[in-house]
Design a protein around this ligand. Structure first.
Ligand code: GSH
Length: 209
């Protein structure tokens, strides 16, 4: 398998999702860091016109977005793993769980980009409502995470679990929301933390050499 490039940041939860997939699926990769997340030049984002990370570059082609990247990594994987994708789970509970998880992933970006990077006031209705919905989604996930996981077939990896892990550790890394109100989610994080793919991708800020 030839080495692929993941364009992203070591401090990004969407990027970490793809890095954990690459490691678990034994696809060699190099992380091409983007140092300035405020730049509006698409070149730095692997030419993603939406100015978002991550992207995957392989074989002269570029793929945008974390879920796309995970799917492509699964196709490149030299090993057979049991993978669970959102479309494998068809009950309302599982579908709601994915909806709220993707919402929370995006809400974390909104909160951090707006109030930390953009230094905008957190009490503005845009962030106050964003935060309330974010907390609502996390509360729902905390109440249902056990049932959602119990409904999944035997697996080595699921997009839901890896993304949830990346999100929860990011809350602590960025100190955006306290994790204490979500005991089931913090217990889940402890379980996932032991994987070599988790420790190898711990959040940090990339710095130019
Ligand atoms: N739809 C994208 C969203 C990714 C995303 O929001 N990435 C964040 C970093 S974790 C980002 O690009 N933030 C910069 C910005 O929002 O301007 C995906 O699924 O990969």
């Amino acid at each position: 398998v030839s080495t692929v490039e993941i364009i992203g940041r070591s401090s990004s939860h969407f990027t970490r999702l793809t890095q954990i997939y690459a490691r678990e699926l034994e696809v060699p990769y190099t992380l091409v860091p983007i140092y300035d997340i405020t730049t509006v030049d698409a070149t730095g984002y692997g030419d993603n016109p939406a100015l978002k990370i991550p992207s995957l570059r392989r074989g002269g082609s570029t793929l945008f977005g974390a879920v796309n990247v995970c799917r492509a990594l699964a196709e490149l994987a030299p090993v057979a793993k049991r993978l669970v994708w959102p479309e494998d789970l068809r009950d309302d509970l599982s579908r709601n769980a994915h909806e709220l998880l993707w919402h929370a992933m995006a809400a974390q970006v909104q909160l951090v980009f707006g109030t930390v990077v953009g230094k905008l006031p957190a009490d503005n209705v845009y962030f106050a409502k964003g935060r309330a919905g974010f907390e609502g989604a996390l509360g729902w996930l905390d109440a249902h995470v056990s049932a959602v996981r119990a409904a999944m077939p035997p697996r080595d990896l699921s997009l839901f679990e890896v993304a949830l892990f990346c999100l929860m550790e990011h809350l602590e890394f960025r100190e955006s929301l306290p994790v204490a109100p979500y005991p089931a989610l913090t217990a889940f994080v402890e379980e996932m933390r032991g994987r070599p793919s988790s420790s190898a991708t711990a959040y940090r800020y990339d710095a130019p050499a």
